[in-house]
Write a protein that binds this ligand. Sequence first.
Ligand SMILES: [Mg+2]
Length: 183
Amino acid sequence: MKIGFDLDGIFIDGPPIIPKGIIEWLYRGSQNHDPKYRFPTTKFEQTIRKWSHSPIFRPEISRNVEFIKQLSKDKGLKIYLISSRYKFLENETMIILKKYGLENSFSKIFLNAKNEQPHLFKKNVLSNLKLDIFVEDDLIILKFLKNYYPKTTLLWYNPKRGIRLSEGIFHIKDLKDIYSSIK
Ligand SMILES: [Mg+2]
């Protein structure tokens, strides 16, 4: 069984004092239903983005970090980390994975080295992996992926709210709920 996990929002939280809606607006612009994210083109913007991805602003989601460390001991599973963070954040990403003890929890870590749009990057990685389950906190990305991978169970992780979802996407409040998808 192969399971893929997104990184931000699953194992790493956003900056604690900034509401998620504002972060999404900054990254995605006002068109809320478009999967496209803005790529920060200037050095200045990239520096700010790097700084905002340092561990002080990105606390671990400890229950999920513990969960994945346990899950990685299951020899019957192949577990992948699929993060669409852009190339210029690669150092920050590896530093934070080490800091939270996550660097050895995955069979393979996929990072967005070619700076593809996040939804397209994930679509490409999933096409090679043929995952049984993919866990993601970005519902817009899941809705996009659903059209391409009907055999992959798409799990939307959101510990707070559940809303009616389109067919083929399932809401989980806790990563333990993955077990009901593992047969
Ligand atoms: Mg995410």
